[in-house]
Design a protein around this ligand. Structure first.
Ligand code: ZN
Ligand code: ZN
Length: 249
């Protein structure tokens, strides 16, 4: 066992700085869902990135690595505000060599792709488009729909010329099937039973049984549905978890 671990650690090497080009993905990427990325060292589509925030501030660690050629780089890192840690890892699971991370590479990629999409969405909503009006050259503005999706238009604030298009939040386009698990230790007050019942869609007696026999999966659905159920449960401080990791506020 010990020799296996040593062999595993031995295969990782941090002698090629080109792997650090993967950090650029956090700022700019040409495609939606950019991970796994093309490895700047070997060219295989096996490049990954993970950050982990260590405290309430921005202190954290960063890893970029390739599952194919095993190039990696690890550094301390100023973790951006939009980042969220995975529940999968505690600080104790993470060390310099990304061996533990690589075992969960696909799970990490799925989650980081969502974080990047959410970040892009926020930037998209908060910035003027750098696109001048075709008629008069004034920078145009976006009129976004209320809620999570629908039609939005780009129009010129000066002459009124514009185009309509459609737009959806990442939470709407997320195809992941999430599940909510009721955790142990919830009380069986009327409020909690009612909240669980609204999510589990059973009857009050069944919902009480679910609480008493937790952990129990009480709901499966897409991100937008999970959002609604999460709100119901949080309102009564019900203890639950969502799997896989749910990246939306
Ligand atoms: Zn590589
Ligand atoms: Zn104009």
């Amino acid at each position: 066992m010990d020799t296996d671990i040593r062999k595993e650690e031995h295969m990782w090497h941090d002698d090629n700085d080109d792997i650090m080009k993967l950090y650029n993905l956090l700022e700019e990427h040409e495609i939606y869902n950019p991970l796994p990325a093309v490895c700047p060292v070997c060219g295989s589509k096996s490049g990954h990135i993970y950050l982990h925030r260590y405290d309430e501030e921005h202190h954290g660690g960063s890893w970029v690595w390739c599952s194919n050629c095993h190039s990696y780089s690890h550094a301390s890192f100023r973790v951006p505000e939009w980042w969220r840690n995975l529940s999968l890892f505690s600080i104790l699971d993470l060390h310099g060599v990304p061996d533990n991370l690589d075992q969960k590479a696909q799970y990490i990629d799925d989650f980081v792709n969502k974080l990047i999409a959410i970040k892009d969405d926020k930037e998209f909503k908060n910035t003027y488009i750098p696109q001048p009006c075709e008629k008069c050259g004034t920078l145009m503005i976006r009129n976004l729909p209320e809620g999570h999706g629908g039609g939005y238009s780009i129009s010129c604030p000066k002459c009124g010329w514009g185009v309509a298009t459609s737009y959806f939040d990442p939470v709407v386009t997320d195809q992941t099937e999430y599940q909510i698990t009721l955790l142990e230790g919830n009380n069986t007050s009327v409020e909690v039973i009612r909240a669980v019942n609204r999510v589990a869609h059973r009857n009050l007696k069944k919902s009480r049984e679910l609480i008493e026999s937790a952990p129990q999966v009480i709901f499966k659905g897409k991100a937008l549905e999970i959002d609604e159920m999460k709100e119901i449960l949080e309102e009564e401080q019900v203890r639950f978890k969502i799997e896989p990791d749910y990246p939306y506020d």
